[in-house]
Write a protein that binds this ligand. Structure first.
Ligand code: UT7
Length: 334
């Protein structure tokens, strides 16, 4: 328990994915690749993709609704909704549309962008509001539709990314289940993974121009991101564990951003965490960016793998560059 006496519990999870699935074989009809290459280099076998009728708001709201139901509260109980996304329906923010869709009339809602670390950053942000006694019931959603921003001719990146949404409810609680965290950024390396706005001058009147341009598709240096993840993620988990006063031996589940099975395996190996404790569902869903951690968590909770009281080390990493870890126990009581 912290000095203010407000504990935090993670009491519900939910998720939503589009119905359409694209497998590796189908990808190999689009770019020069193979099921064998993608499976062996990434672990991914299929990914869910959203067509033009699916909005981020719809996916996120469905995930949020499921999390609220599991937590046993109503939308009107929510004080705050945080949407972690890099692919909003509206650049002014999409969380407000989710608030309206859920009927969460009392909640304030805003977007947060930290790419594939977004969900972990959102957990930490939500925790600050609860710790200080400002809010009691927070819905956080990680949702992305990266398929809209992928260069489908680039075999080095299009094999990875996919669409989905995941959510959790965090609540003020008598005993504290949110045990530690560490979050980091290094903007000097931002070029390794970008979804950048490229402005082009448009003259309004003589001598005055504005930069009217477009966001360009994702550009990634896979090798550098791989190297960064395998080095930084174990470090940041160790740091979060130190703040939680725990060691890797106390951890029941390692819940990493679902980027690449080889990254998951390498991080687990460095931390000497048994592979049976690694939560992985990227074979079926690919890399869903801010959604991947809560999507994998929700599946594991609903399968009965993750049980109340289990200690979880969650870590996200990606564009920015950003990375971070949280340590928490699942559910309200042990
Ligand atoms: O949320 C964070 C998002 N990003 C990541 O997590 C990315 C992390 N990085 C990775 O996951 C891996 O670097 C990749 C899966 C992207 C690539 O795997 P790799 O083992 O690092 O491959 P590579 O880039 O070193 O490429 C090896 C070879 C190259 O051919 P040459 O130059 O050796 O002849 C590539 O051209 O594999 C080739 N290659 C492919 N071959 C078949 C690259 N992509 C493909 C492909 N199919 N899809």
């Amino acid at each position: 328990m912290n000095q203010l006496g407000v504990g935090i519990a993670i009491t519900g999870s939910g998720s939503a994915t589009p119905d359409v699935s694209l497998d590796n074989h189908q990808l190999s009809l689009m770019v020069e690749t193979s099921d064998e290459w993608i499976k062996s280099r990434t672990g991914i076998q299929a990914r869910r993709l959203a067509d033009a009728q699916v909005s981020l708001t719809q996916l996120a709201a469905r995930a949020g609704k499921n999390a609220i139901a599991m937590a046993g509260i109503t939308p009107q109980d929510l004080d705050l909704i945080i949407l972690a996304t890099s692919t909003p329906d509206d650049l002014f923010g999409t969380a407000g549309q989710i608030q309206a869709s859920l009927g969460a009339t009392q909640a304030v809602a805003f977007d947060l962008t930290a790419a594939c670390s977004g969900f972990v950053f959102a957990m930490v942000t939500a925790a600050q509001f609860i710790r200080t006694g400002t809010y009691k019931n927070v819905l956080l959603i990680g949702a992305d539709i990266l398929s809209r921003w992928v260069n489908w001719q680039d075999r080095g990146s299009c094999i990875l990314f996919a669409d989905g949404a995941g959510a959790v409810v965090m609540q003020a609680n008598e005993c504290d289940r949110f045990l530690g965290f560490s979050i980091r950024s290094d903007g000097t390396q931002y070029k390794y993974l970008q979804l950048a706005y490229v402005p082009q001058n448009q003259e309004l009147v003589k001598g005055i121009e504005v930069g009217k341009g477009n966001f360009q598709p994702i550009v990634m240096n896979g090798k550098e991101i791989y190297r960064f993840a395998v080095q930084k993620v174990p470090e940041v988990i160790e740091k979060a564990l130190f703040h939680a006063n725990l060691t890797t031996e106390d951890i029941d589940w390692l819940l990493l951003h679902q980027a690449n099975q080889r990254i998951l395996d390498a991080v687990a190996e460095r931390l000497k965490i048994n592979s049976a404790k690694v939560i992985s569902n990227l074979a079926n869903y690919g890399n869903t960016s801010a959604a991947s951690i809560p999507l994998a968590l929700d599946e594991a909770v609903r399968q009965g793998k993750v049980k109340a009281g289990d200690a979880i080390a969650a870590a996200g990493f990606g564009a920015g560059l950003t990375w971070g870890a949280t340590i928490f126990r699942w559910g309200r009581q042990s």
